[in-house]
Design a protein around this ligand. Sequence first.
Ligand code: NI
Length: 207
Amino acid sequence: MRRVRWGLYGLVVLAALGWGVLWLRGGDPLLALRGASSGLAVPAGVSVGGPFALVDTQDRPVTDASFAGRWMLVYFGYTFCPDVCPTELQTISNALDKLGPMAAKVVPVFITVDPERDTPKALADYVKLFDDRLVGLTGTPAQVAAAAKAYRVYYAKVTPKDSSTYLMDHSSFAYLMGPDGKFQALFRQGTTAQEMADAIRAKMAGA
Ligand code: NI
C-alpha cells in the first residue's frame, strides 16, 4: 500500500510539473479557469477543438466533419484509467439522461490518449460499460496526438516504480462543441451531471 501511495504522490507531482511546463510555454489557457465551476468559456482569442482524424470502435475512419450538425461532448481519457475517467464518463452519461429528448442532439465522444492499448475492440468493450450512446475513438499515436493538441489536452505515460504497467497522466475536461464544430463550453473534473445538463441546455437554447 505504501508503495502505491508514493506512486500516487509521484503522479500528482508529475501532473503538476506537466502543467507547469505547459504554463511556462504559454500553452495552457485552462489554468486561468481554476476555481470556476461549470459551463466555462475560454479566454478570448484562445481556440479549443478543431479538425481531427481518428477511427471508431469498428475501425472506421472518423473526422470532426462526421459530427457536423450535431453537438459533441468530448472527453479524453483511457480505458485503463483507475478512477477519473470512469467517474467522468458516468457523469457525462447521467448528464445526457437529465437532458431528456434533447440528448438526441448531443454525441458523447470518448477519445483515448492511450492508443497503444486502446484498440478499437478494447474501446468498444469499454464505452458500452457506460453508455450505448458513447462514441469511442482511437487512432495512431500521431492522430491521437493531433486531436489532443487541438483540444489542448495534456497527457503523458507514467510508469509507477515497481510496476510492470503504465498509467496515462492526463488533463480531465469535457468539451461541449456546437453543431458548427465550434467550442461552446468546458466542464472541469467534478462538475455534477446536473450542472453539465443545465449548461448544455442553456447553450442549446441560445444557439
Ligand atoms: Ni483518466
